[in-house]
Design a protein around this ligand. Structure first.
Ligand SMILES: [Zn+2]
Length: 256
């Protein structure tokens, strides 16, 4: 089931007991989970979520008493059996205002095995009013018996990062690694026309490519140079000056 199937099913007010939302980004998964939650509590007429009923409005404001997002309180983000047991006991209680109560489990793939088994116990005897939405970057970390009890919603993959920026970064690194200072001058010249946002995208792209393309011995200098470029970009120095810094530093490094 993808996002458009999900919308169709939700609008027909067909709500399952448990969902796994995967694909997309963390942010998109959370939004899809919130969409399911709104549809589940919506008390309006017509396709759900209606967006205007008392329940939808509270859900949109993030203050609906029957929608809870469960997150790990631990530094390592692992979801423990204790937090799942708490969810289990809260889910057994009838909802406050809506016909259903919804538990969005953020990073459900960080549930350890014990926690997943606790989740499984809930799924084996689900309270009629409860809906569970498991957000998971990697659903394969969930045990098969949990997966088989959930409707899986797969969000479309995120588009690749801006290709122009990526291509430019590739060109710059190619010239740098081939020790071609004239080529480097040429590769860096389009950078002068970039705006602030584009420069702030180019630097991480350079970093990402450098890790695999720049020889180990040159990496520390290369990385320092990028740090400096990043500081300049944050201080709003124009792209031409930053390109100048890169050219000076990167040619310099080559002579060492
Ligand atoms: Zn509504």
């Amino acid at each position: 089931m993808d996002l458009s199937d999900l919308r169709k099913r939700l609008s027909g007010r067909r709500i399952f007991h448990a969902y796994i939302v995967t694909g997309g980004t963390g942010e998109k998964r959370l939004r899809a989970g919130e969409l399911i939650a709104r549809a589940a509590v919506c008390s309006g007429a017509g396709p759900a979520p209606c967006g205007v009923c008392r329940d939808c409005v509270k859900a949109l404001r993030g203050v609906h008493p029957d929608i809870e997002t469960v997150r790990s309180q631990r530094k390592d983000r692992e979801l423990t059996v204790d937090s799942m047991r708490e969810v289990r006991s809260r889910a057994a209680v009838v909802p406050n205002e809506a016909d259903r109560s919804v538990y969005i489990i953020a990073d459900a793939d960080l549930m350890n095995l014990q926690a997943q088994n606790a989740m499984l116990k809930i799924f084996e005897e689900p309270p009629g009013h409860a809906v569970f939405v498991l957000l998971a970057e990697n659903p394969l970390k969930l045990i098969p018996t949990v997966r088989s009890r959930c409707e899986t919603v797969t969000l479309p993959p995120e588009p690749e990062e801006e290709p122009g920026c990526r291509r430019l970064a590739e060109e710059i690194i190619k010239a740098y690694t081939s020790r071609d200072s004239l080529g480097l001058t040429r590769a860096l010249s389009p950078m002068e026309k970039l705006d602030r946002t584009e420069v702030s995208e180019l630097i991480p792209a350079l970093r990402a490519i450098a890790v695999r393309a720049v020889p180990e011995k040159d990496l520390p200098d290369f990385s320092d140079t990028l740090d400096e470029a990043e500081l300049m970009a944050r201080a709003n120095v124009n792209a031409g000056h930053i390109a100048g810094l890169l050219l000076g530093r990167l040619c310099d490094t080559r002579k060492r």
